[in-house]
Design a protein around this ligand. Structure first.
Ligand code: COA
Length: 260
């Protein structure tokens, strides 16, 4: 299936998703969100796909935010519906059970920063810029930026970004823990892919369960989440991957995981 506003290409078990509206700095209009909804579902359910890498088309922007022309027309009820639709897409990506990496190649503002935060790992090019500039427009983030940003960088730093609306550069984003790694622009996709392939080389069932423990567990109390972790830890003992991983170590050879 082809999309109107994104490119979706599966190569060697990785879904490469490119937001493709470079003339509008890849702004998230309703069609992009709908295309991303379908892509997130494919990533989650296609057994051929084991991880995903998301980037923006063109040299300038990852995503410069929700499409301001759409927002300018909305009323209270369709505004809420738009926010809920976007939130659901980002949460589907976050809980798809497979590692998703954002390769941030320029502006990641508003909904762009929110989408990057819903990915499990963020790699940024040196020219990337991050921000939640909504207050400058008299609005607030709608794709759960007010929730994911403080979880990632702490409440004080998050409020500074959310209340001031200023952009920060890639190095500052790295310093505060918003991105995992900063690389030269011409190496961004290769570095992000290498990072993802490194994860895909680990025990696949273990990778899936780490994601589940973190993404579900962070929303629970410590006791509930620790119990979830213990359940998943026990569940792994029923997998061939666990036997293979431990046996390979004891036999001093590399493991051959089957993903079950
Ligand atoms: N929604 C809709 N269109 C957008 C957009 C957005 N969030 N961000 C950029 N665009 C469009 C511009 O309107 C322009 O379209 P045009 O050529 O038809 O006029 C095109 O993308 C290029 O943007 P431009 O502003 O000319 O580029 P720039 O290099 O001068 O500035 C930014 C880049 C990112 C600083 C600037 O585009 C900007 O501030 N964008 C909005 C960021 C924002 O507030 N995002 C949060 C939205 S909730």
């Amino acid at each position: 299936m082809s999309y109107l506003t994104i490119l979706y290409d599966v190569r060697d078990a990785i879904a490469f998703v490119t937001i493709n509206r470079p003339d509008k700095l890849n702004a998230l209009n309703d069609q992009v969100v709908e295309d991303l909804r379908d892509a997130a579902e494919r990533i989650a359910t296609d057994p051929e796909v084991r991880g995903a890498l998301i980037t923006g088309a063109g040299p300038k922007a990852f995503i410069a935010g929700a499409d301001i022309a759409d927002l300018a027309r909305q009323g209270p009820f369709d505004g809420k519906a738009r926010a809920l639709r976007g939130q659901a897409v980002l949460r589907r990506l976050e809980t798809c059970g497979k590692p998703v990496i954002a390769a941030v190649n320029g502006f990641a503002l508003g909904g762009g920063c929110e989408l990057a935060m819903a990915c499990h790992i963020r790699v940024a090019s040196e020219n990337a810029r991050f921000g939640q500039p909504e207050v400058k427009l008299g609005i607030i983030p709608g794709y759960a930026g007010t929730q994911r940003l403080p979880r990632l960088v702490g409440k004080g730093r998050a409020l500074q970004l959310l209340l001031g609306g200023e952009m920060i550069d890639a190095q500052e984003a790295y310093r505060i823990g918003l991105v995992n790694k900063v690389v030269p622009a011409d190496q961004l996709l290769a570095e992000a892919e290498q990072l993802l392939r490194g994860i895909l080389a680990q025990g696949p069932v273990a990778v899936r369960l780490v994601l589940e423990a973190v993404e579900r567990g962070l929303e629970m109390t410590l006791d509930e989440a620790s119990n979830l972790e213990a359940n998943l830890f026990g569940l792994l003992a029923s997998s061939k991957d666990m036997r293979e991983g431990l046996t390979a170590f004891l036999e001093k050879r590399p493991p051959k995981f089957e993903g079950r």
